[in-house]
Design a protein around this ligand. Sequence first.
Ligand SMILES: Cc1cc2nc3c(=O)[nH]c(=O)nc-3n(C[C@H](O)[C@H](O)[C@H](O)COP(=O)(O)O)c2cc1C
Length: 362
Amino acid sequence: MAGRSSKLSRETLLRVLDRARWAPSGDNTQPWRFQIIADDKLIVHGHDTRDEILYDFDGHASHMAHGALLETIRIAASAEGLVMEWYAESDIEWRQIKYMVQFVEAPEFSPDPLHLCIETRTVQRRPMRLTPLSVAQRQALLDAPGDGYLVQLFESFSDRKKIAELLWDSAYIRLTCPEAFQVHQSIIEWGARFSKDRIPEEAVGVDRLTAVLMRWVMQSWGRVEFFNRYLLGTFSPRIQLDYLPALFCAAHLLIRPKVPPVCLEDWVNLGAAMQRVWLTATQKEMYLQPEMTPVIFRWYAQTGCQFSSNPRFAERASALSKNFECIVNAIETSPFGFFGRVGISVAPISRSIRLELEQLMC
Ligand SMILES: Cc1cc2nc3c(=O)[nH]c(=O)nc-3n(C[C@H](O)[C@H](O)[C@H](O)COP(=O)(O)O)c2cc1C
């Protein structure tokens, strides 16, 4: 249209990316780099952390994070009057993925209201209030992921207690499996309230004394083993990180894809659905914490994949999966996509922040 200047420019795309980098990723790994190739096109270079991080089963936690990022790009672009579309080009194992992102101006298009929550959405790992979900909050969470997904909510005390026990068992695997120890050693930034590329100590969710002890114990696997075997070392972190937070919340939430994820796009779309639920929780004045370890141990159990040199852990993962299915009333083959808890609480004083945009550009 004559006299009308285009919204599409490198500066606009930089603004969109600067907001979208606040999307969540497992352990704040930010498995993405950005390349602007035209005023209306960019490439998100996605990678995964499956070789280093036990929880990134087949790279799927990273693929979900890619989905959360792409959805956040879409939402941030909507606030600039832009519509976005993407497609993926990938190697056969989905390790190195190029997401080709295209923007188009849409003058009559109204911004997605979730854009107001992009930067304020954050994990709350500490106990939340017991205030039940309001009708509006419940409905918003059920609707948020869109077609293709079912959301189950577990709100009663008895359901929350069963889930607390499930997470207690899951945490035992997490805290005693040597392969998980290597992960925990590398993802916590000790002594920090904010961390650009890890989880800061204060956001982990334990009290100061336990944090000091964890920091000392986690310097070597020998210390962890000794502590676990003779001093009930898993007790205090399991109570603080898993059992109490599972009881103290409004509800646990399970996103179940209606059909099992098969291709890369299915995992990426699952991550987009997760991010819509998380942003919706923020919009409705709630916090959320993913509780992904039982889902991930179930992914391992379903494929029969050994995730530890000690076969005892695969057996525990298998028993955990059965208990999980029983609690949520599912059969062995039902796909589980995302599990977490929601509720009202004060804002966390500590959080993961992000690498600067310049550090993410290539
Ligand atoms: C796929 C995925 C899985 C996650 N799993 C867990 C989890 O099991 N427990 C947890 O406390 N946080 C989990 N997180 C949250 C990340 O640790 C968190 O998003 C990241 O550290 C950035 O922090 P922020 O969300 O507060 O910005 C997960 C995030 C994603 C995207």
